[in-house]
Design a protein around this ligand. Structure first.
Ligand SMILES: C[S@@+](CC[C@H](N)C(=O)[O-])C[C@H]1O[C@@H](n2cnc3c(N)ncnc32)[C@H](O)[C@@H]1O
Length: 470
C-alpha cells in the first residue's frame, strides 16, 4: 500500500498541518505517544518511515549488526536539529549509524560502545583511511604472508567453517598481524573482514563475497548447531583467496566516497561518556540503549570476535554487567518473565545513569533522541521505553517532549531464525525525544517532507511515492 504523501508537494494546507501538529502534541501529552503515519504533521513524527528502506551510504552496511536502526532515523534528527560543524553523539553506537550519518552531513559524529565489534565498526566508518592507503596496506600484508609466520592454531569450531589449505591460514595470519589499535588502515581492513567473514553463497559459490561455508551473515549460529548443519547439508569449504575478497570488499566500501568530516569511535561504557565528550558540547544525541538483554552481542558474534581476538564470554559478561543485569539475573528474568522486578529495576537504574551522563555532555539547546524497543514475552506486553521513563523521569535532568511510536514492519530476525519468536521480540520502538531546556529548539525544516525528499533522491532507484507499512 502506498502512503498518501506526495513528496513533490504538500499533502494538506499549512493550517491543517498546524492543526495536526497541535493535535499530535496534545495527544503526546496525554498519551505520551504520537502515532505513526498517516497522521504526519509536525517535525516530531516518524518522517523517516517514508524514506525508502534502501536509503543509506554503502559504509553503513559494512557489517550487519543486531539492533541497528535505519540510517534515515538519525539523519532526520540531524537535519532537523543541527548545523554543519555541530557535535552529534551516540553513547550506544552499535555499528555506528548515528556517528557515520553525522559525518556524512558535515557534523562531527562520535560513537561510544562497550562491545569491541561495535567500537571497531564505528571507528572504521567515521575515521577511515584513504582507499589507496587501505589497499596498499592490504597488498603489503599479502606480500609478507607466509603460513610459517602463524603462531596460533585456530580452534576446531573456527576450522570447520573455512577452507584449511588457503582461506583459514590467510585469515589466521591477518588476525595476528593487523594492529587495529595502532593503524587506521588495519582498523578499516579488520572491520571490512567482519562484514565478509561469513555469509550465504549465491548459486555459483565462487561468486560469493564471503569467506566461510554458506551460512547466514547477520549473526553467528552456535558452534554445535553449525557443526550439525554443515554435516547434514554436506556444505563444502571453498578455497577462497581472502586477500582477493578483502580487496574487492574495500573497493566496494569506497564506491560512494568518504564523509567530509572525521568523527571518533571509542570502546567504553556509556557511563564513561564524559571521557570522550566534553561537557555541554553535543547538540544532538541519537541513540538506542540495549533492551533488557534481549540480544547477546557476544554470543551472536563469536566468529567475528575470534577474528578480533576477543572472548565471547568477556564481551557478554561485560555488557551484561554494565547494564547491571548479569547473566544469572538474565536467566532468572527469562524464567520469571519480564515482570521480574529485579531485572526491570536494574535496567531503569542503568538507563537513569546513562541519561544523566548524556545530560552532562548535552548543550543547553541540545536534543536527545532515544529509541527503546517494546519487549514482548507472551503474557506481558512491556512498553519498556515508556515504563522505564515513568520510573526515572523525576530523577533525570532531561524533559520528555514526545514519544514517537515506530512500528516495525518485519519481525525480529534473530528471534525468527532461532525459532524463539514466542519469547522476547521487539514489536514497536518508542522514540523518546528529550531536551535539556523546557522546549524543543526550532526545527530547521518547516516542512519535513524536504528532508524525506532529499533522502529519497539519494536512494538509487527510489520511487517518489514511498510504500507505507500501515
Ligand atoms: C540497540 S544496540 C545499538 C545499535 C545502534 N543504534 C546501531 O544502529 O547499530 C545497543 C548497543 O549498546 C551496547 N551496549 C550495551 N551496554 C553498553 C554499555 N554499558 N555501554 C556502552 N554500550 C553498551 C551494545 O553493545 C549495543 O551495541
Amino acid at each position: 500500500m502506498a502512503v498518501a504523501i506526495d513528496l513533490a508537494g504538500s499533502t494538506a494546507p499549512a493550517s491543517t498541518a498546524r492543526k495536526r501538529t497541535v493535535t499530535a502534541r496534545k495527544a503526546a501529552h496525554t498519551e505520551r505517544e504520537t502515532e505513526a503515519v498517516p497522521s504526519l504533521g509536525g517535525p516530531l513524527e516518524p518522517w523517516w518511515k517514508l524514506v525508502p528502506r534502501r536509503y543509506g551510504h554503502v559504509l553503513h552496511a559494512m557489517c550487519s549488526y543486531m539492533g541497528m536502526f535505519p540510517p534515515a532515523l538519525p539523519r532526520y534528527f540531524i537535519e532537523q536539529y543541527t548545523q554543519p560543524g555541530d557535535l552529534v553523539v551516540d553513547p550506544f553506537s552499535g555499528r555506528g549509524t548515528t556517528a557515520l550519518e553525522a559525518c556524512l552531513l558535515g557534523r562531527e559524529g562520535v560513537g561510544v560502545d562497550l562491545n569491541p565489534l561495535a567500537a571497531l565498526l564505528t571507528s572504521a566508518k567515521v575515521d577511515p583511511p584513504s582507499r589507496e592507503d587501505a589497499l596498499a596496506r592490504l597488498r603489503e600484508l599479502e606480500k609478507s604472508y607466509s603460513k610459517k609466520k602463524i603462531t596460533e592454531e585456530p580452534p576446531p569450531e573456527i576450522a570447520m567453517l573455512f577452507d584449511q589449505r588457503k582461506t583459514l591460514p590467510q585469515l589466521s595470519y591477518l588476525r595476528e598481524r593487523l594492529e587495529p589499535s595502532l593503524r587506521r588502515e588495519d582498523r578499516f581492513i579488520l572491520a571490512a573482514i567482519t562484514g565478509i567473514l561469513h555469509g550465504n553463497h549465491p548459486r555459483n559459490p565462487w561468486d560469493s563475497r564471503c569467506l566461510s561455508v554458506s551460512m547466514p551473515n547477520t549473526f553467528s549460529m552456535s558452534p554445535g548447531y553449525l557443526r550439525k548443519y554443515i554435516r547434514e547439508n554436506k556444505l563444502k569449504k571453498y578455497p577462497f583467496d581472502a586477500f582477493e575478497k578483502i580487496a574487492q570488499r574495500i573497493e566496494h566500501l569506497y564506491q560512494e566516497g568518504v564523509a567530509p568530516v572525521r568523527g571518533r569511535g571509542a570502546q567504553d561504557d556509556a557511563l564513561a561518556l564524559g571521557n570522550h565528550v566534553a561537557k555541554n558540547s553535543a547538540k544532538l544525541v541519537v541513540t538506542s540503549p540495549p533492551y533488557l538483554n534481549v540480544v547477546r552481542y557476544g554470543k551472536f558474534n563469536w566468529i567475528r570476535l575470534w577474528m578480533l581476538r576477543e572472548s565471547v564470554q568477556r564481551v557478554d559478561a561485560s555488557l551484561a554487567d554494565r547494564t547491571r543485569t548479569n547473566l544469572e539475573v538474565e536467566r532468572t528474568d527469562r524464567q520469571l518473565g519480564l515482570s521480574d522486578r529485579l531485572g526491570f529495576r536494574k535496567y531503569t537504574t542503568f538507563l537513569e545513569q546513562a541519561i544523566c551522563r548524556v545530560a552532562e555532555v548535552l548543550r543547553d539547546d541540545g536534543v536527545c533522541v532515544m529509541t527503546i524497543g517494546d519487549v514482548e514475552n507472551g503474557e506481558y506486553d512491556k512498553r519498556l521505553g515508556l515504563d522505564a521513563w515513568a520510573a526515572i523521569e523525576k530523577r533525570v535532568p532531561l524533559k520528555l517532549q514526545t514519544v514517537i511510536a515506530d512500528r516495525l514492519v518485519t519481525e525480529n530476525k534473530v528471534s525468527r531464525i532461532w525459532g524463539e519468536n514466542k519469547g522476547r521480540a521487539t514489536r514497536v520502538d518508542r522514540v523518546l525525544v528529550l531536551t535539556k531546556g523546557d522546549a524543543m529548539p526550532a526545527a530547521n525544516f518547516a516542512d519535513p517532507r524536504e528532508i524525506v525528499r532529499k533522502m529519497a533522491e539519494l536512494t538509487p532507484g527510489a520511487m517518489r511515492s514511498i510504500p507505507d507499512e500501515a
